[in-house]
Every structure is written in structure tokens, then in C-alpha cells.
Design a protein around this ligand. Structure first.
Ligand SMILES: *[C@@H]1O[C@H](CO)[C@@H](O)[C@H](O)[C@H]1NC(C)=O
Length: 423
């Protein structure tokens, strides 16, 4: 049986060879400049990340962008003309992706050989993750309820778990909601979600938190995009829906611009061909409605919401739409710093310390985000969390997964304890 699984994985892998060819000759550049200039690139190019250029100086961002050979002809002169300094960080993206894939293939084989139901040194497919959730539901029925929350646009079952010692019936307990892989290519986020589940359920690593908090954890919020990023296009970010104009050429919606908070107020987000397309209407995406409903069903008790993203080492809070702070801004900052400090204490020496701050001040304005929407409907503590990428961007090698899941769990624990002190 095990041999069979290994043989078929290899077969699948060889069948899909060549899918990185579309990135042959694409290069990655670090671009530095004023926040507004960097933000504008998001509407034109594939912006892989942005973060403050230095910790002391605000308003200047470092971004990583991907440029095809023809984009280079247009954009390198543009950067120069606009005072944006730039440097090459990857010569050939296709090569980088082939290296990543080879590493992941061997990590999958090793993980299968180990015979463990899950290990923290490889990446899993959506089906495997769903199966793991179901197996936890079967093994820990008193603690774990697997919710079949609905189908993705392409018909995949979106599952999440509720973890509760009181079947979600004790209305005095706070609820913590965590989602991952809203952005498909951010592969390190599902392992972090799965590890939190594992610590709460299997290890009982913080039994008081399993006991005193009700948890909702959605490990793969955007399964269509996630699978597409494995099989077809490693850098795919959006959903795979085709319910909008121009969807044949430019399918998919940015799930983290699809929430109903200042949705539809920025022209750039209305273009389906950008990586930040907000969709034909707020909550047009079934995947995003799953998150919406999980939050709304527990609105009275929802105390902390974390959307796991990759990468950049940041806890970002509202309001992203205008850069002002919600009424509980101080508490938001304090809880964010508490989580970030717990993570930094365990981080690798080469990791950048976490930055905690208002999303628009740290980076730039955004609309339709889950962080702002959840805050606006009344969840007190809500964050976009950018996990570490080190020098690997989204291509976090499997051998770093354990480090990232372990340190992030320390942050989650600290966040949950913060919530309990507020109650
Ligand atoms: C900023 O946006 C928030 C959220 O919509 C809103 O409550 C607040 O009034 C806005 N502040 C300003 C100064 O526009």
C-alpha cells in the first residue's frame, strides 16, 4: 500500500513536469521606494511581498516583484524614471521552482515512509489535509467536529474543524477563528493551521486553552487555488472562479479583497487581470462566504481572528482602508506585540523580527480584507499574519516548516492567553 502510494506520487510528479516553463527567464527583483509607488505596482505586476524598508523610517517599502523578459523592458526603465531602486534577487524563477519541487518530492517520500499520519517537514495536498481532519474527527469525537462548510467554485469540499470541550455550547467561552491559504501560493500557512489543531487536540500542549477557548480552524480556505498552485502555476494567488467579465482570460478573485468592507471603492481592484481583483461583488466567492459565515455564526463570542498569510513577519491590524485606528487600537497593538514577542523569542537568528502595526501605515491602503471586515462586524482582535519566508519567499523549503509551525504556535498560545485575560 505504502509502495503503491510512493509509485503513484512519482508518476503524477513526472506527468506534470514542465509546468514551471511559463516562468522560464522570469526574474525576481527587489524594488525600494515610496509606499504609494510600491502600492501602485500591485495593480500592474505580480507583487510577491512588501515590507518596510527599514524599521525606523516609515513610508519607504521594499517589494519583491516578478518580471518576465518583456515586462523587464518596460518596467526597469520605469523604476529608474520613478526613483525606485531595484536589484536582481533571482536570475531564473523556473529554475528556483524546479529546485523547490525536487526538495518537496523527496520530503513527501520521506514523510510517507515515516508512516506518521502527519509530519511537519513536508507539504500536503488538499485531499490529504481533508482526510487528516476527518481522521481527527473520528479519533477525538468529544473534542473535534469537522464541518463540511460548503463547496469551492470547482466543487472541492471546504472543511474546517471546531475544537471544543463543550461542543460549542458554552456561550461564555471566547471563540478564536483562524484561516489559512486564502492566498493559494502561500503554502506554509496550512501546516501552521494543522499544527495548531494538532497541539490543541492530539498533544494537549496547552490543555487550559483547549478547555477554555472554542476554536475554529480552516486550514485550506481556497482549495481550488491551492491545488492549482501545485499542479499548474506555483505562483497562483487567487480563487479559480469564472463568474466575472473577462474570466476566460483572467480567472479568479483575490479572496482577501472580497470581504464587504469598503469593497468596490478603489478602481484598481476592479480589474480582473490584477492579482488583487476584488471580484464581481462583495462575498462573490464561496470560499470567502465560508469564512464570513464561520465568523458571523459566533459573532457574540469571536474574540480573536487571524488570517495566516506568507510572507513578511508582520501582524497587521485595522483599518487598512484609511490608516486610522479602531477604538480599541491600543489593545489591538498590545495583543499583536504579545503574539509577535512570543514568536520572536523562538525565531531563527536569521529571521526578521515581527513588525506589528496598522496595515495602511506599515504597508499601504487596502480594501475588502478579512482583517478589516472582521473588526468592523465586531470581532475585537483581528489580524493579517505574515509568516516568515526567510530568503525563500513563498518557496519555504520543507525543512523550515517545523521551525515556523513551532514558533507560530507560541504566538497563538500567547494570543489565546491574552484573550482569556480580557474576558
Ligand atoms: C476609517 O475607516 C473606518 C472603517 O470603515 C471608519 O470607521 C472611520 O471612520 C474612518 N476614519 C476616517 C478618518 O475616515
Amino acid at each position: 500500500m505504502k509502495t503503491l502510494a510512493v509509485c503513484c506520487f512519482l508518476l503524477l510528479a513526472s506527468l506534470s513536469e514542465g509546468r514551471h516553463e511559463k516562468y522560464e527567464g522570469h526574474q525576481l527583483f527587489r524594488v525600494r521606494g515610496p509606499a504609494a509607488e510600491i502600492a501602485a505596482l500591485e495593480y500592474e505586476l505580480d507583487l510577491l511581498s512588501a515590507k518596510p524598508a527599514t524599521r525606523s523610517q516609515s513610508g519607504v517599502l521594499d517589494a519583491v516583484v516578478r518580471l518576465s523578459p518583456s515586462e523587464r523592458e518596460q518596467w526597469l526603465p520605469y523604476f529608474e524614471g520613478h526613483g525606485l531602486s531595484h536589484s536582481l534577487i533571482a536570475e531564473n524563477l523556473a529554475e528556483l521552482l524546479r529546485t523547490e519541487e525536487a526538495r518537496i518530492q523527496s520530503s513527501r517520500i520521506a514523510a510517507k515512509r515515516s508512516g506518521k499520519s502527519i509530519s511537519w517537514d513536508t507539504y500536503y495536498r488538499h485531499e490529504e489535509i481533508n482526510d487528516y481532519l476527518d481522521s481527527l474527527g473520528a479519533e477525538y469525537p468529544q473534542l473535534v467536529t469537522v464541518i463540511n462548510a460548503g463547496l469551492s467554485y470547482e466543487g472541492r469540499q471546504i472543511k474546517y474543524v471546531r475544537i471544543s470541550t463543550t461542543r460549542f455550547e458554552d456561550l461564555r467561552k471566547p471563540v478564536i477563528v483562524i484561516d489559512a491559504a486564502v492566498h493559494a501560493r502561500e503554502w506554509v500557512t496550512p501546516p501552521v493551521a494543522l499544527y495548531i489543531i494538532h497541539q490543541l487536540v492530539v498533544e494537549l500542549a496547552a490543555a487550559d486553552l483547549t478547555e477554555q477557548v472554542d476554536w475554529i480552524i480552516i486550514p485550506v480556505a481556497n482549495p481550488d487555488g491551492y491545488e492549482y498552485s501545485i499542479d499548474e502555476d506555483r505562483l497562483w494567488r487567487k480563487t479559480r472562479s469564472r463568474s466575472h467579465a473577462n474570466a476566460d482570460r483572467c480567472p479568479g478573485v483575490d479572496g482577501n479583497r472580497n470581504f464587504d468592507h469598503h469593497w468596490g471603492t478603489v478602481a484598481g481592484n476592479a480589474n480582473p487581470c490584477t492579482i488583487v481583483y476584488e471580484g464581481p461583488s462583495a462575498f462573490s466567492e464561496p470560499e470567502i462566504r465560508v469564512i464570513r459565515d464561520a465568523v458571523l455564526q459566533n459573532l457574540n463570542r469571536a474574540s480573536l481572528y487571524l488570517s495566516l498569510h506568507s510572507y513578511g513577519n508582520m501582524f497587521l491590524y485595522a483599518w487598512g482602508n484609511n490608516g486610522t485606528l479602531p477604538s480599541n487600537g491600543l489593545i489591538l497593538h498590545l495583543a499583536g506585540v504579545t503574539m509577535a514577542t512570543a514568536i520572536d523569542a523562538l525565531a531563527l537568528p536569521k529571521a526578521d523580527p515581527y513588525i506589528v502595526g496598522n496595515a495602511a501605515n506599515v504597508l499601504y491602503f487596502t480594501t475588502g480584507t478579512s482583517r478589516d471586515w472582521t473588526r468592523a462586524v465586531g470581532v475585537p482582535l483581528t489580524y493579517t499574519v505574515e509568516l516568515p519566508g526567510y530568503e525563500y519567499l513563498f518557496e519555504v523549503p520543507p525543512e523550515y516548516i517545523e521551525q515556523i509551525v513551532t514558533e507560530t504556535w507560541a504566538g497563538i498560545e500567547a494570543g489565546a492567553r491574552f484573550v482569556l485575560t480580557m474576558a
